[in-house]
Design a protein around this ligand. Sequence first.
Ligand code: HDE
Length: 703
Amino acid sequence: MSEETPHFRPSIKTQKSNETIERSQTEGQGGETHQHAPDDHRLTTAQGIPVSDNQNSLKAGPRGPTLLEDFHFREKMFHFDHERIPERVVHARGYGARGYFETTDPIPELTSAHLLQEKGRKVPAFVRFSTVAGNKGSMDLARDARGFAVKLYTEEGNWDIVGNNIPVFFIQDAMKFPDLVHSVKEAPDRAFPQAQSAHDNFWDFISLMPEAMHMIMWTMSDRGIPRSFRFMEGFGVHTFRFVNAEGDSTFVKFHWKPKQGLQSVLWDEAVKINGADPDFHRRDLWDAIQRGDYPEWELGVQVFDDAFADQFDFDVLDATKLIPEEDVPVRIIGRLVLDSVVDNFFAETEQVAFCTQNIVPGIDFTNDPLLQGRNFSYLDTQIKRLGGPNFTHIPVNAPRCPFAHFQQDGHMAMHNPAGRANYEPNSWKDGGPRADAEAGFRSYPEEISGEKRKARGELFADHYSQARQFYQSQTKVEQTHLADALIFELSKVETLEIRERVVAHLPNIDGDLAQTVADGLGFEDVPEAHAPRREVVGGLTKSDALSILKNGPDSFQGRKLGILVTDGIDGELLQSLKDAVQEAGGVVEIVAPAIGGIKTSDGKRVPADQKIDGGPSVLYDAVAVMASKDGVAKLKSVHPAKGFAADAFAHAKFIALAGDAAELFRAAGVTDFDDGVFELADRKGAAEFIEACKALRYWDRVK
Ligand code: HDE
């Protein structure tokens, strides 16, 4: 037996990986974890001691026991055993990227925030998207709200807008957050279901919390299953304050509007994507940034004063309410661009510590009781996750502006004060920093008075009005999806009383919705409606801004066409289809019976990106099938190929057919070809097909 096992040196060949490696050695913005010179391949311990053998532990003879003095083994294993930090109690599954924010329309009249004083002012940004309920390893397409957390490294410190892709929340007071989260996460005895809300505990809680009904409309709508992080809106949710240089304050709500337009998947797609590619969202973001298709959002603000707040039907401090864009228009003031992936997931995405209380001069909180509670929670949670009070020393969390204070010591202290002064006031010559009454952060001096009580504002008792407005603002297709989602979720609820108690909220929202869901659950009648605590405000105007379909992209930019091909197809036609997609700013993936690809009729090899069973049509925004006579004959006996066709049709996708591809669809049971199905014959046809794909779905098929 040999005592020395030869070293295995992995060689990295793919272009993508090489790019990543180069970047990590030059940029290192977020996590300067690589302390080696790039050409230093010598393995050492963490103490820098050179290692002679990384395959075998130190033994008393080749077959003898392992010796305790093997400090290399001991350190390696010790470190491995401590690799994990606690995952976030909510939003555990997330994905981050870097970029920048740039002011496009300065607003000094509204806020003194340095960043927003001048057009073109630019600061680095870090964004983390997430699901809420699932654990760190859960799948991306769970029905859930999505976190949309933005850290702006401004010249006056870090400003975090820790928002969601939904502008309202389930609850009104932070007191209920632990209950909400316990109810949606796995039950404590059985530890399932995970990463889903379709279970008794969640709906039991919701049925008893009418204030959640507005948010439920949003999570059951297609907002709960976005196609990509790139195609979602973001919202600050709470009402915040702007404060200008004169000390005047206005209320403000923050909106992130995706330049790419809104888009979601269908529930049946979500279910299948979770199996085919549980990392669908993170892969999408990674790929888009890597290919230079940088996702971009506009920052919009809704600004309003006390007079508006006083005449508004609802309380602006109530996070279960939004302010319709038709009432207070969204003014675009800046843009956020994500142009760089992280060097190291753990260093940046896992360790990034967002805190709602990170605001800069010119921004302030309101008394929203949810926001007030969050301001306590986020700091608390960072201590637990990151192990001590020095988490701001981690590069991704450190400010990028000068900073100076007298805090010291603690676990893993990296920035330590130089010199003698670590207190203030002091009389030393280099006595350290001093507070600045002019430029320093000052809270808006709002007058506060009131009885000390556990209570809520009166208008908080309205629970259904905006839920109704949301539902009624949706297109027919979207309303159907919403009702289907409720039926799906409640069908997973085992306890009849819970199902009934949920449905009894719906007549207060919309009679047809209540009836459809009751029918879908097999109820004989719609259960008697719960009495609203406050009369529902009727006649709220429908808001187009609430619908996804009314805010689609009208472009195939950043979207993906899946082309299923067989041997013997027309290579030129394939090329013209690829050209048309590229011209539209989209991406093509070739799906073939084998990963080695196919040969076109003129003998050219086309490599595949996916083998057919790894590339189902649910992964694509539109599909084309190009098949020769022999090719289709073989495809017809491949179940995933038939699934590719049947699903694409059922999911209302635009479909292009070339050669004998129609036969595959017929074999899959699709016989009625409609106007969403294109016969592909030449270059012009390819361009026409991609033009049609801008609409993303041929909804007429599923009306
Ligand atoms: Fe959070 N939330 N939250 N939340 N939240 C956390 O902080 C909390 C709420 C949101 O990508 C935790 O660092 C309370 C609303 C996002 O790292 C924790 C309440 C909104 C993220 C916490 C809320 C959010 C979090 C867990 C009720 C939308 C992920 C880990 C008062 C506006 C940030 C962490 C990231 C994360 C507490 C409600 C968004 C426990 C107490 C409303 C996007 O501190």
